[in-house]
Design a binder for this molecule. Structure first.
Ligand code: ADP
Length: 276
C-alpha cells in the first residue's frame, strides 16, 4: 500500500513507499570546476593509511602529467594538507566561491584544516554538519580543470561516508586495507556499499603489507601473511598494489614532504586509474 505523504517537496530519504521520496542526492559541482574523474578512497577504520594512499595516488598521477586534486572528506581526521606541507588558509574568491590550495608540485586540495583558525582545533560537529561541509567542498570550491580528483573518504560505512557516496559523482573507489585488518569483512562491507551506490570498485591497496630489512633486504611480513589476494579474488577485484611499511615515507609525511618520496610500486595502480 502506498504511503503518500501529500508533500510535493518531500525530501525525506526514509519516506519509504511514497512517490515523492527523494532518490537523487547528487550535488552540482561549482561552475568553475571541470573535473574529469572522481575516485573515492575508503577504508574500514582510521589509521590504515587511507590518506597516505590518497596522497600517493595524486602524486603519481601528477608525475604522469595529469592535473590532480584531493578533496579531504575525512573532516574529523584531516591529514592531507599536513602531508603536503600546505598550511596557508583558503581564501574566498569572487561569487562566494573558495579557492583550493596547491602543493609545491601543483596538486589542488581542500580540507577543513585549511579553513580552521588553528589546524589543531578539533572538529566537534555532528554528522549532518560534517556531511554538508563535504558537499560544499564540491559545490563551493572553484577547482578549475582537474583530470583526477581523489576523495579521502571518512572511514567506515556510517552517515558521513554514505552522504559523500550519494552527493559526489564517484567514478570508482579504491579500498585501503592492512594485513591485520579483518580484511574479508571490511572488503565485503565496502563492496556492498559500493554496489548499493552503483559505484565500481577499481582495486584494493594493501598498505603496511611487509617491511624490507635495510641491512639484508629480506621482506618481513610483520602482521602475518596476507590473504588479500584470496579475498580480492572472491570479490573479483584486482589487488592494485601492496605497499611496505617504510619509515622514510612516514618521516616525509610527518614533515609535509610526501611529494619527495620516490614513487615505486604504483604502476599497477596508475594503470588502473588510467583505464577508467
Ligand atoms: P588514515 O587516513 O587511514 O587514518 P593515514 O594515511 O593518516 O591513515 O596514516 C596514519 C599514519 O600511518 C601516518 O602517520 C602515516 O604516515 C603512517 N603510515 C601510513 N602508511 C604507512 C606506510 N606504508 N609506512 C609508514 N608509515 C605509514
Amino acid at each position: 500500500m502506498s504511503k503518500e505523504c501529500n508533500n510535493q517537496s518531500c525530501t525525506k530519504e526514509s519516506c519509504e513507499g511514497c512517490s515523492h521520496r527523494q532518490t537523487d542526492f547528487s550535488v552540482a559541482a561549482n561552475a568553475g570546476s571541470h573535473i574529469k574523474k572522481v575516485i573515492g578512497v575508503v577504508s574500514g577504520k582510521g589509521g590504515v593509511g587511507k590518506s597516505l594512499v590518497t596522497s600517493l595516488m595524486a602524486c603519481s598521477m601528477r608525475e604522469k602529467g595529469y592535473k590532480t586534486a584531493i578533496l579531504d572528506a575525512d573532516v574529523t581526521g584531516p591529514s592531507i594538507p599536513k602531508m603536503f606541507g600546505v598550511h596557508d588558509k583558503a581564501t574566498q574568491a569572487p561569487n562566494n566561491t573558495i579557492q583550493p590550495l596547491y602543493s609545491a608540485k601543483g596538486t589542488a586540495m581542500m580540507s577543513v584544516n585549511l579553513l580552521l583558525e588553528e589546524e589543531t582545533d578539533p572538529v566537534i560537529w555532528r554528522g549532518p554538519i560534517i556531511a554538508n561541509v563535504v558537499k560544499q567542498f564540491w559545490s563551493d570550491v572553484c577547482w578549475g580543470d582537474v583530470d583526477y580528483m581523489f576523495v579521502d573518504m571518512p572511514p567506515g560505512t556510517g552517515d558521513v561516508p554514505l552522504t559523500v557516496f550519494q552527493s559526489l559523482p564517484l567514478d570508482g573507489i579504491i579500498i585501503v586495507t592492512t594485513p591485520q585488518d579483518l580484511v574479508s569483512m571490511i572488503v565485503s562491507k565496502a563492496v556492498h556499499m559500493a554496489d548499493a551506490m552503483n559505484v565500481p570498485i577499481l582495486g584494493i591497496v594493501e598498505n603496511m603489507s611487509y617491511f624490507v630489512c635495510p641491512n639484508c633486504g629480506e621482506k618481513h611480513f610483520i602482521f602475518g601473511n596476507s590473504d588479500i589476494h584470496t579475498v580480492a579474488a572472491n570479490f573479483a577485484i584486482p589487488v592494485a598494489t601492496a605497499l611496505p611499511i617504510d619509515p622514510n615515507l612516514a618521516r616525509l609525511c610527518d614533515s609535509g614532504k610526501i611529494e619527495d618520496w620516490k614513487l615505486e610500486g604504483l604502476n599497477n595502480l596508475t594503470a588502473l586509474l588510467e583505464s577508467i
